[in-house]
Design a protein around this ligand. Structure first.
Ligand code: DAH
Length: 339
């Protein structure tokens, strides 16, 4: 009997837990009204007199051990909760937070804005859903003008026409209608064309339109601005203007920059010429000024338009335009280090 009690003392001392439920089960098992100690105390009267003293002392020891165990385990739990507090351990290092990164289109757009901001251009925006007047007619592209076919348009409604703008030149018209010269503004934005999607073309892309209107603005001013832009944007200072045609400018030109022929990629992207086309430009046609209530006998100006994807592909050597729209983290994460 005595050995049994001593064994129980060993068990009590060895018991350990951090669970409140287990402590309670332990307490009921030893100290509860139908517990082990209750039985042992009832047994006391059957113990022979000469053993009563030792038996009594031993079951008291068991009782004290069990009570102490319950209180120390409970205290340990409470202390642990206190240490954690509401916020846990405030001195622990924080969880690593993955920083996001800007989309390459935004990076290039912001860079273009910054370059033109430095020479006094403001930023303006217009709607993506346009009417015929702002996208075509005011820009010297009346109905049945053959150049309309070049811009495969997504129409939303016919008569009167509502469409997804095919270029940001529509913002030129809106800006001139609402502002007096001098005007110096660039208009970045999304444009839409019903084209087959391939590595080089997409039905959604981005452009930046530029517009400068004042007295005595000349073609030389345009050239100087373009030279400044290509130096700042690409670090290249050789450009050439090839005569071209746009209905809204006269004369019109396409701008090429001399990219060089140093690497194999240079050969590939310039088709072995060293030259790359980056935008269209020209002197704003007097008809366009008239359409926007600006007197062409008093004012003149230049305009230009470029594709952001094309520039981003050049700067970051991106081989396929579709990569911009696939939301592939492996692609996007590569722009983390660029601000
Ligand atoms: N809107 C033309 C396009 O989408 C680009 C352009 C060319 C804009 C010449 C201009 C310009 O302002 O003068 O292809």
């Amino acid at each position: 009997m005595l050995d049994k009690v001593k064994e129980l003392i060993g068990e009590v001392n060895a018991f350990n837990t951090t669970s409140k439920e287990e402590i309670e089960t332990f307490r009921i098992k030893y100290l509860g009204s139908k517990g082990i100690l209750k039985d042992l105390f009832a047994e006391f009267k059957n113990v022979p007199n000469d053993q009563k003293k030792e038996f009594g002392q031993t079951i008291n020891l068991l009782k004290n051990s069990a009570e102490e165990k319950v209180s120390t385990l409970k205290e340990a739990i409470e202390n642990a909760v206190e240490e954690k507090g509401v916020y846990g351990d405030l001195t622990r290092p924080s969880e690593p937070i993955n920083l996001g990164s800007r989309h390459p289109i935004s990076l290039v757009k912001n860079q273009i804005i910054e370059v033109f901001n430095r020479i006094g251009f403001t930023v303006s925006e217009g709607p993506e859903i346009e009417d015929d007047w702002h996208n075509f007619t005011a820009l010297n592209l009346p109905e049945y003008h053959p150049a309309r076919d070049m811009q495969d348009t997504f129409f939303i409604e016919k008569n009167p026409d509502t469409l997804l703008r095919t270029h940001t030149s529509s913002v030129q018209v809106r800006y001139m209608e609402n502002n007096e010269p001098p005007i110096r503004t660039i208009s970045p934005g999304r444009v839409f064309r019903n084209e087959d999607i391939s590595a080089r073309a997409h039905c959604i892309f981005h452009q930046v339109e530029g517009l400068y209107i004042d007295t005595d603005v000349s073609f030389a001013d345009l050239k100087q601005t373009l030279l400044y832009f290509t130096k700042e944007m690409f670090g290249k200072s050789k450009i050439r203007l090839r005569p071209s045609y746009f209905p809204f400018t006269e004369p019109s030109a396409e701008v090429d920059i001399y990219w060089g022929l140093e690497t194999e990629t240079d050969y590939r992207i310039t088709k072995g010429t060293g030259w790359l086309e980056i935008m269209g430009c020209g002197m704003v046609d007097p008809n366009v000024l008239k359409n926007c209530n600006i007197d062409p006998t008093k004012y003149s100006g230049y305009a230009f338009g470029m594709g952001i994807e094309r520039i981003a592909m050049l700067l970051y050597q991106i081989p396929d335009i579709r990569m911009f729209y696939e939301n592939d983290k492996r692609f996007l994460e590569q722009f983390k280090s660029v601000i």
